[in-house]
Design a protein around this ligand. Sequence first.
Ligand code: HEM
Length: 419
Amino acid sequence: MNTIAASSFFEPQVIADPFDYYRAWLPKSPVVQLSETMFLVLSYDLCAQATGDVETFSNNFQGALSGAMAEDGDVAAILAEGWPQVDTLLTADPPTHTRFRKLVNLAFSMKRVAAIEEDMRGVVIELIEKMAAAHESGAEVDFVRDFGIPLPVAMIASQIGMTGDDLDKVKRWSDAFVDRLGRMIPKERELECAREVVEFQHFVKAKIDERRANRTDDLLSDLVYAEVDGERPLEDAEILSIMQQLMVAGNETTTSALAGGLLQLIENPDQMAKAVAAADTGNERAIINLVEEVLRTESPTAGMWRIVLKDAELGGVNIPKGAMVQLRYAAANRDPAKYPDPDRFDIERANARSHLAFGKGIHMCVGNMLSRKEMAVAYTELLKRLTDFRVADGHVPSWPPNMLLRGLTTLPISFRRRA
Ligand code: HEM
């Protein structure tokens, strides 16, 4: 196990299945130097510490990333047909970040999440019924394709006034954003992704214009009309940047959590039995803890970049100004110093909620309430209605390589309706 080379981290097979790497490196070096200017932070405490020091560890990494992997001229030409990328939330530092985050927090309130809960339950039940009908007719059911993807897509799409046929577009666009972010794609895909970004921008710009003419009751309208402390409203490019981030950050991550969590339950029948009992008795606290344990163990946002603004020291390792640091939340969430027996999936784990799956500090996930709610409603309704979940015969779950995100792309399953 200890023979895994530090520098092997970004090799596709290690990125796809990084747990041996974490187990090998976390105990001996919570900060791993991958090259002169690239570092990984693996421990819980140091990841948490870095998120709290925004003057040293900056989120303004977009420029550095594109500098390291220079934008191809053909890609740039396609992107020029849309709006410029603006640093608003994930890739902005204070004071810019503070201002945008205030506006988005207002649009993304608990009140809005609560307001859509009943619609959400309706979507969940409809998806379950469709899966059950497909299964009964002998068709293959893929939990990722048939449930994990459509649920978050439907919830975010409803917030920009999209329905029906449009939903496929949302998935296409969010895949393109994620692929661009993960950067492990060939040139052809880069070009395709750039075209998707531009198509998305023109689509949402039309929706923005509709709302300027006629206010509606959704998140996009909230953003179009947002004004805080008498500041100017958001510009088109800013709204587009925010919407893009909501899609990147919100879709694939929630899909991965939903599917990864179901797989954990299937692989751990004792935990499945406890989860079913919680769903049957309406034990919301137990379901909430299940959701937290899924987030801890799955950590769909496995890592996030920081760029180092001044010479720094972290966990005894010197990190020079200008270096790229990846906070590896997935490793931190399995740090044995924080979580005894960290690889065990235990839905009653007392400190499950302390995980860093949503990050920490000023950039902590703005959509955390929404995705937590989606997961809780999904598991409750799935376990109440279906039983005897199994991974389809012959299928071996696998995770495609992506530098930041980790999730199943397919999970064929079988099950039965409950009597
Ligand atoms: C299980 C699902 C999700 C996970 C695991 C996740 C994870 C994360 C993490 C780790 C961060 C912090 C990144 C950093 O440290 O720099 C983050 C930020 C963010 N997330 Fe999520 N997220 C999820 C769902 C969502 C949803 C549903 C939305 C919105 C629809 C969303 C929107 C965002 C945005 C906009 C940011 C940037 C916030 C900022 O920089 O202030 N996420 N997310």
